[in-house]
Design a protein around this ligand. Structure first.
Ligand SMILES: *[C@@H]1O[C@H](CO)[C@@H](O)[C@H](O)[C@H]1NC(C)=O
Ligand SMILES: *[C@@H]1O[C@H](CO)[C@@H](O)[C@H](O)[C@H]1NC(C)=O
Ligand SMILES: *[C@@H]1O[C@H](CO)[C@@H](O)[C@H](O)[C@H]1NC(C)=O
Ligand SMILES: *[C@@H]1O[C@H](CO)[C@@H](O)[C@H](O)[C@H]1NC(C)=O
Ligand SMILES: *[C@@H]1O[C@H](CO)[C@@H](O)[C@H](O)[C@H]1NC(C)=O
Length: 571
């Protein structure tokens, strides 16, 4: 993230910043050396996305950066659709939608990164100069932290990066008790009121997840703080930590160094053990240099997550031009390694999302950046349409493989909702047990996306309403169990309890559909679920979009708006 820029910003585009991130991987990860041959990509590509970022082939897995010109740096295998040979690939964009590729920005070239250039972040220094901190793998296979700077600040694309000869700037040692294979993913730096820079690095000690804190006065000499910024027991390795402020009661994003009583702080970590990310909201106690999660925070993936489907190694950055904080995550495949090799690529970036603190102060709100809406064409809409129990309704004239759809519902007869058993506390398990074909009174109702004619294949994204102890409880599910006739995909059903007040708020859902990805936003961004699916019939003209209600009670569609999406220019 960043600290905005000055002189440089006047050139060509204004600039901004970025952070970037990503990625993971520890020494134990499989490296499929024998498979790393770059072959030509097949012409038939039914699962290739049209408006979600992905490189032409091979493995992508990092997030992004920016500066008036948005920069996306991502972890990329130049040689295969499996993990290995990781470099920092680089693309830029003026709108977060269309992307121009550049040569890799960082690749192994000095002892401190000779065995790999793993994830990291960018920081924009007060003079406008961006720098990249990243994890390098040294000749002893230790994880160390390196700094790189642009070679030519007059090049608007910042194509070439120079590494410090002084690298590494942070390394594990006997004296600092840092585990050399669990020390990675430096964050964007922030500056405290004492003018010292701070950075955290993901780590662990035994089963305790750690955000190791370093401080520096000059950005070159870094000293490890006595205590981590934060740690949590039983978490295992923390990858890709992210630490940033969010404004209270304001729709405006703030720079990473902002502190004070108008902001809360967010700490997000990626759990290597479960491949889930969770975040907490809390206070940054600057005197002690510690992060204190708000009371009641759940510090595990049973707590708050950016996304309850697939979404990992994410990073945010502060867009100082549009004054918003943007979140990017990486979405892996749910297909077999063989399928990935056959199609020649693996991994997609989620649509960038703006991130805000909810009015309640208790969770974040995420929403696709508005720029994506310029891809919308051929709007189809209707309002106040009854959706009878047990019915489906085809949404006509939409390119169902490539669409943006928003639907909202009016629910009456809430008192008829099924009673929530107090033991049903795990939403994902509840969604798996009560999938799209299990009827209750209010639900399942929602969308059938990437559906074939005759519904042999479909992905169901839906709501189910329960009567809880003293309030109505809404479950949002993404059910992939019938997404493909092919057997060997991961078809896990995902779910989350959605914090909406049905008495005062409408119940809404938006899904971004792009061939093999379905990114869903419930309750105007209160909960997100991203799924990967590989239909065999619901491809091309064989794909349809439906609204459905498989409950016994009728519900009313208040509004439905669907758009076909144009193809973005991606690399
Ligand atoms: C720096 O970039 C600018 C703009 O692309 C270019 O005109 C100039 O020649 C570059 N300078 C060097 C030393 O490469
Ligand atoms: C260091 O981390 C590695 C990788 O997770 C783990 O296998 C090893 O046991 C750790 N070593 C110590 C001393 O904790
Ligand atoms: C990628 O997807 C597979 C299968 O869907 C899952 O088991 C794995 O944990 C995922 N990895 C990450 C880093 O998300
Ligand atoms: C419905 O779609 C039409 C175009 O098909 C558009 O002109 C109109 O504004 C839309 N109505 C709403 C309420 O969005
Ligand atoms: C609706 O429920 C019926 C009966 O449980 C089931 O056969 C059907 O497949 C369900 N429809 C959808 C779209 O899942």
């Amino acid at each position: 993230m960043a600290i905005s820029s000055s002189s440089w910003a006047l050139l060509f585009f204004l600039a901004i910043l970025l952070s970037h991130g990503v990625f993971k991987l520890e020494a134990s990860h499989n490296v499929y050396t024998n498979l790393q041959v770059s072959e030509s990509v097949p012409a038939e590509q039914p699962y290739r996305t049209s408006y979600h970022f992905q490189p032409p082939k091979n493995w992508i897995n990092g997030p992004m950066i920016y500066k008036g010109l948005y920069h996306l740096f991502y972890q990329y295998n130049l040689k295969g659709a499996v993990w290995g040979n990781i470099v920092w690939a680089h693309s830029t964009s003026t709108d977060l939608v269309n992307w121009t590729p550049h040569d890799p920005a960082i690749y192994p070239s000095q002892p401190s990164d000779i065995n790999g250039c793993w994830s990291g972040s960018t920081t924009i220094l007060p003079n406008g100069k961006p720098v990249i901190f990243y994890t390098g793998i040294d000749p002893q296979n230790r994880q160390v932290q390196n700094l790189a700077m642009p070679k030519n600040l007059s090049d608007p694309f910042l194509r070439e990066w120079v590494k410090l000869t002084k690298n590494p700037l942070m390394a594990p040692a006997q004296t600092n008790r840092i585990n050399s294979s669990s020390f990675r993913d430096p964050t964007t730096a922030w500056r405290g009121p004492d003018n010292r820079w701070r950075i955290i690095i993901g780590s662990k000690r035994d089963r305790r997840g750690l955000a190791i804190l370093y401080r520096s006065r000059d950005f070159l000499n870094w000293v490890k703080a006595q205590h981590p910024l934060h740690s949590a027991k039983g978490n295992g390795m923390w990858e890709c930590p992210d630490f940033f402020p969010v404004a209270v009661d304001s729709p405006i994003g703030v720079d990473t160094s902002v502190i004070g009583n108008k902001v809360k702080h967010v700490l997000k970590v990626s759990l290597d053990d479960t491949k889930h990310e969770y975040y907490t909201i809390g206070t940054y106690a600057i005197k002690k240099d510690k992060y204190i999660p708000d009371e009641g925070s759940v510090e595990s993936d049973a707590g708050l997550r950016y996304d309850y489907g697939k979404f990992y190694a994410s990073k945010t950055f502060f867009d100082s031009v549009k004054r918003r904080r943007i979140l990017w995550g990486w979405i892996n495949e749910s297909s077999s390694v063989n399928d990935d090799i056959n199609k020649g690529w693996a991994g997609v970036q989620a649509i960038p999302r703006t991130l805000l603190l909810d009015k309640s102060g208790k969770q974040l709100i995420q929403w696709p950046v508005p720029e994506i809406e310029k891809l919308r064409i051929n709007q189809v809409n209707f309002s106040n349409k009854l959706l009878k129990g047990g019915s489906v309704l085809k949404v006509p004239k939409v390119t169902a493989t490539q669409a943006d759809v928003e639907i909202s519902f009016k629910i009456s007869g809430l008192e008829k909702a099924e009673v929530l058993d107090p033991t049903w506390t795990n939403p994902q398990i509840l969604c798996s047990q009560k999938g799209a074909s299990v009827k209750s009174s209010l639900g399942p109702f929602g969308l059938l996306v990437l559906a074939s004619n005759g519904l042999k294949e479909y992905t169901a994204v839906f709501f189910r309403i329960f009567k809880g102890h003293n309030k109505y409880v809404v479950l949002l599910c993404s059910d992939q169990s019938r997404s493909s006739l092919k057997q060997d995909n991961d078809k896990t059903t995902y779910g989350v309890f959605l914090n909406v007040d049905l008495v005062h708020e409408t119940l809404s859902l938006r899904s971004l559909i792009d061939h093999s990805i379905v990114e869903s936003f419930g309750g105007k961004g209160k909960a997100c679920i991203t799924a990967r699916v590989y239909p065999t019939l619901a491809i091309g003209d064989g794909a349809y979009l439906f609204a459905f209600n498989n409950g016994t009670q009728d519900v009313e569609i208040a509004n439905l708006n669907a758009w076909s999406m144009k193809k973005a220019k991606i690399n």
